[in-house]
Design a protein around this ligand. Structure first.
Ligand SMILES: NC(=O)c1ccc[n+]([C@@H]2O[C@H](COP(=O)([O-])OP(=O)(O)OC[C@H]3O[C@@H](n4cnc5c(N)ncnc54)[C@H](OP(=O)(O)O)[C@@H]3O)[C@@H](O)[C@H]2O)c1
Length: 266
């Protein structure tokens, strides 16, 4: 098999679907994973017609601890190894921590932390051996600023992905494997429909704060190709990330206390 393979999780919508198109446009075969097989099949057909690359689909629920191994086993059964991994699948869990069910938080941690960590751990040795690999962990601007009330573990899981990516980046400086954390701000996708905050965020955020999923994924692709460990797409998001670093934590936390309710359901 001549072409490289990119595995994209959460490829059935938004930023993941955009990443799949970008990798295909750069000549990669793509493996698309998410829970909705109909969406994956439709995208696979579009991509293979448009870019003439091979597509594989793997329906899997990353909340299941066996999913990462099952996805890679499926690819191995087709004789494929992963050259580029985009850990993108994710969602928000609204509400105050005390009001949510532990089962839901546990599933959230599985999807947001365990699955990306395990997928990276499983594909990395092969990448190092072949002296080529790309790993993009789709984190968030929320991982670069203090926490908010509501969606309690979201910022924490995204901060984890940023630190995880930075460590992997450093560990692989001489291996041919390039690793980046992509930290988008508000992005047009299904994200805010899935967590039922669309009306809230549409009312409270100006349009200039929003980017398209295609722009965000393109920034992520460029960042990992340039081997930049952290990428914040868009000038307003870059300014927010820089301010959060410059200002004392208490100030930003106080700002989150007043502003968080504008975009977080508590
Ligand atoms: N949109 C934003 O404003 C924004 C900002 C910063 C960061 N992000 C991050 O960007 C990433 C992509 O989100 P998006 O904005 O593109 O949202 P989206 O349009 O809702 O797409 C989310 C993707 O994740 C998949 N997914 C969700 N739960 C899953 C599970 N249990 N198992 C497998 N796949 C699952 C969904 O597919 P199925 O439903 O078919 O499983 C879908 O393909 C997420 O990690 C998100 O946290 C988004």
């Amino acid at each position: 098999m001549d072409r490289r393979l990119a595995l994209v999780t959460g490829a059935s919508a938004g930023i993941g679907a955009a990443f799949a198109r970008i990798y295909a446009s750069h000549g990669y075969d793509v493996a698309l994973s998410a829970r909705r097989p109909d969406r994956l099949e439709r995208l696979a057909e579009e991509i293979s017609l448009r870019y003439g690359v091979e597509t594989l689909t793997v329906a899997a629920d990353l909340a299941q601890p066996t999913a990462p191994a099952a996805i890679l086993d499926h690819l191995a059964a087709h004789g494929r190894t992963v050259d580029a991994l985009v850990n993108n699948a994710g969602y928000g869990l609204p509400g105050l921590y005390a009001d949510t069910r532990w089962e839901d938080q546990q599933a959230f941690l599985q999807v947001m932390l365990h699955a990306p960590s395990e997928l990276a751990h499983r594909v990395l040795p092969g990448m190092v051996e072949r002296r080529f690999g790309r790993i993009v962990n789709v984190a968030s601007l929320a991982g670069l600023i203090p926490g908010s009330a509501g969606h309690t573990l979201y910022g924490a899981t995204k901060a984890y992905l940023v630190r995880f990516s930075q460590s992997l980046h450093l560990e692989n400086l001489a291996t041919g494997v390039q690793v980046s954390a992509l930290c988008p701000g508000f992005t047009y996708s299904e994200f805010h429909d899935v967590n039922a905050t669309r009306d809230l965020v549409s009312r409270s955020t100006p349009p200039w704060l929003w980017l398209g999923a295609d722009e965000v994924a393109a920034a992520g692709y460029e960042a990992v190709e340039a081997n930049r460990p952290v990428c914040v797409p868009g000038a307003p998001n870059k300014a927010i990330a820089a301010l959060a670093k410059l200002l004392p934590d208490e100030w930003v936390l106080a700002l989150m206390a007043t502003q968080g309710r504008r975009f977080r359901k508590v």
